[in-house]
Ligand binder design. Structure first.
Ligand SMILES: CC(C)(COP(=O)(O)OP(=O)(O)OC[C@H]1O[C@@H](n2cnc3c(N)ncnc32)[C@H](O)[C@@H]1OP(=O)(O)O)[C@@H](O)C(=O)NCCC(=O)NCCS
Length: 203
């Protein structure tokens, strides 16, 4: 098992590209009325990629319920608005439900297909990390499907995540076994200090 300190040592490595505000780009909290566009983005990845292990696209209503649950925990759910349209979104969830995991978050990020590879993922995820560092949480885990999701692996590495392990053949989608890659980074002081008391979500 990786020790809590294990994810300490990786301060954001000097990013190869700097995070520049882009003309026409706004990163803000997602709103219920964004969920129709967000559902379309996610449905694309559900149906055409192994980036998510869901196989049936959730409805807009289900996506709105997921947004509400995230917000009820005080966790960020962000939308990237480019020229008035949702170009991508990302959010944090509790890594696992049991109480002692409460200081550890998992991130999820999805861009509209035409928006990949332009640096938007880095801007969006950097803002998610910044927001999570303002709360009581101390670690963030990326659960990445497949060793060949090089875009996601590079994105996370550029933002200070270190490879902490993988699980072979944990998913099965599109007639193939899929490994899961774990990357992790500290939030704020990480494991250097005890956390601020936080009870976590109601049981
Ligand atoms: C993963 C995703 C969020 C990345 O967003 P993005 O805007 O493309 O990311 P960025 O452009 O900020 O950074 C991607 C990095 O990966 C690199 N990269 C992209 N494709 C790559 C490839 N095939 N091989 C190696 N590196 C690659 C880029 O060069 C860039 O690194 P650099 O900044 O050092 O040059 C986006 O591609 C996406 O939505 N993918 C589908 C859904 C998904 O996989 N989500 C993650 C689930 S864990």
């Amino acid at each position: 098992m990786t020790s809590a300190k294990g994810a300490q040592a990786s301060p954001p490595s000097s990013p190869k590209t700097s995070i520049q505000p882009q003309a026409g780009l706004e990163i803000r909290d997602a709103r219920p009325e964004d969920m129709e566009q967000i559902q379309r983005i996610y449905a694309h990845h559900v149906q055409h990629s192994i980036a998510t292990f869901e196989e049936i696209p959730p409805s807009v209503q289900e996506m709105q319920e997921r947004l509400a649950k995230t917000m009820a925990l005080g966790l960020p759910y962000l939308a990237a608005i480019l020229d008035g349209k949702v170009a991508g979104y990302c959010y944090a969830t509790l890594y696992r439900p049991r109480a002692a995991y409460r200081y550890t978050l998992e991130d999820s990020i999805y861009l509209a297909p035409a928006q990949s590879g332009k640096g938007l993922g880095k801007v969006l995820l950097a803002e998610l990390i910044r927001r999570c560092e303002q709360g009581p949480w101390r670690q963030m885990v990326a659960v990445i499907a497949g060793h060949d999701n090089r875009g996601s692996i590079a994105l996370h590495r550029n933002l200070g995540f270190a490879y902490v392990g993988s699980q072979p053949a944990t998913g099965y989608k599109f007639n193939q076994w899929i490994d899961v890659v774990f990357m992790q980074r500290a939030l704020g002081p990480g494991a250097d200090t005890p956390p601020e008391p936080w009870q976590g979500p109601p049981a």
